[in-house]
Design a protein around this ligand. Structure first.
Ligand SMILES: *[C@@H]1O[C@H](CO)[C@@H](O)[C@H](O)[C@H]1NC(C)=O
Ligand SMILES: *[C@@H]1O[C@H](CO)[C@@H](O)[C@H](O)[C@H]1NC(C)=O
Ligand SMILES: *[C@@H]1O[C@H](CO)[C@@H](O)[C@H](O)[C@H]1NC(C)=O
Ligand SMILES: *[C@@H]1O[C@H](CO)[C@@H](O)[C@H](O)[C@H]1NC(C)=O
Ligand SMILES: *[C@@H]1O[C@H](CO)[C@@H](O)[C@H](O)[C@H]1NC(C)=O
Length: 356
């Protein structure tokens, strides 16, 4: 009996240590950044809560950033697609935890949230100088954007000049500009990438580009921390070989808020939150994530290069390289059917203009 009581007391002591340690850490965080000791609880009804209440729950800097997105009145159609829940798309070192609580990202693990990876996010964000929309874009109140997919449909369409005429040009992964200017244009405002898809050859460097990093796993954040700290990168833990050197300045890099990807997966593509063990979990393609990003920062969204030719398995998958459609159709990590269905809805409802 005595022994049992002793075990109980020991267990209680350990629990107290763990909880107290955690609380202390949290409080320290709030204290250091917000000058208050009680963390504001995330509202479980964040989706339905009114705008005023929502704004009150966000730290002041995040409210300012969100207001900056609202300088241009949205079309009613956009509003209905986005709901009241307009997300500032990039994480900032000083308030990402608070923003995550507000968005509900603290309840999801990567790739769609920050749960259990907070320290990795903190480390990676500590290497970045700023989290603003790029300075050039801040001055434009109503942004006309084009999202350039990497689809083979762009070949020989000479859309380059048209694409370059937009305020904001969003590209993705390693879709090259050099050598394809006539078909895809020269300018790149944002480029969405992850460690396995970011350019590492300096030939692709563009000083006017902001790289938006999509984080899928803690390793990606460690990679960013290491590579910006000039450390040697081990290729362990990646889907395929990641970039081993960084061609962009740290001031050009942002980390995408996982809420954007989560919204794409669950609200727009209606992916289940759990997949059977035998099945690979499906994630949105970078293209769909880029479109969601565009809806959050643009007044008008046009698309190019998003059409796939499913009838010819030998047709080119991309406007560059030799990959064919059959490779895309075998991809187990995406649900192309769901994405094409959603794109068709966007186009049919005139939410976007499709150039190709
Ligand atoms: C594009 O044009 C080039 C040169 O005119 C030609 O060699 C190539 O086959 C064309 N590609 C497609 C997909 O039409
Ligand atoms: C970057 O932007 C500046 C100013 O708009 C422009 O003069 C320059 O040519 C651009 N550089 C590249 C590589 O596009
Ligand atoms: C596709 O390519 C394969 C091998 O290159 C060939 O055998 C097949 O006939 C082609 N199919 C079509 C529809 O062109
Ligand atoms: C595409 O195929 C051609 C000929 O088969 C080859 O020379 C070229 O290196 C390939 N390009 C890429 C990007 O794989
Ligand atoms: C892909 O999404 C569609 C709904 O758009 C669904 O019917 C289908 O089962 C999904 N496929 C997989 C493999 O998850």
């Amino acid at each position: 009996m005595k022994r049992i009581i002793l075990v109980f007391i020991l267990a209680a002591a350990v629990m107290y240590g763990i909880l107290h340690g955690n609380l202390w850490r949290n409080n320290f965080y709030w204290l250091s950044f917000y000058g208050q000791t009680s963390p504001v609880r995330a509202s479980p009804s964040y989706v339905t809560s009114g705008v005023t209440i929502s704004y009150n729950q966000l730290p002041p800097t995040a409210v300012e950033r969100r207001n900056a997105l609202d300088t241009c009145l949205l079309k009613p159609a956009f509003e209905s697609l986005l709901g009241v829940d307009k997300i500032y798309p990039f994480l900032c070192a000083n308030d990402f935890i608070r923003v995550a609580e507000f968005q509900g990202s603290n309840k999801f693990e990567l790739p769609y949230g920050i749960k259990r990876a907070e320290q990795f996010f903190r480390l990676a964000l500590s290497r970045l100088q700023n989290c603003g929309l790029s300075s050039e874009e801040d001055s434009i109140p109503c942004r006309r954007c084009v999202v350039v997919g990497n689809g083979g449909v762009l070949r020989n369409k000479t859309l380059g000049e048209k694409i370059d005429s937009y305020d904001v040009i969003i590209r993705m992964n390693n879709g090259p500009v050099i050598g394809y200017e006539e078909d895809v244009g020269r300018r790149t405002t944002f480029r969405l990438s992850y460690p396995e898809s970011i350019f590492s050859d300096p030939i692709h460097y563009d000083p006017n580009t902001t790289v938006v990093l999509i984080v899928f796993k803690p390793r990606d954040l460690k990679w960013l921390w290491e590579i910006l700290g000039g450390q040697k990168i081990s290729a362990k833990g990646f889907w395929k070989k990641p970039a081993l050197n960084m061609i962009y300045k740290s001031s050009q890099i942002r980390i995408l808020d996982p809420s954007i990807t989560r919204k794409t997966a669950y609200e727009w593509l209606h992916f289940p939150t759990r997949f059977p063990k035998k099945e690979k979990p499906k994630h949105p393609t970078t293209g769909l994530i880029a479109i969601t990003l565009a809806f959050h920062i643009c007044h008008e969204v046009h698309l190019a290069g998003f059409k796939y030719d499913f009838t010819d398995r030998n047709s080119s998958l991309h406007y560059y390289g030799n990959e064919t459609m059959s490779q895309m159709m075998q991809n187990e990590y995406h649900n192309i059917t769901a994405e094409q269905k959603f794109l068709k809805k966007l186009i049919d409802k005139n939410f976007v203009v499709n150039l190709t």
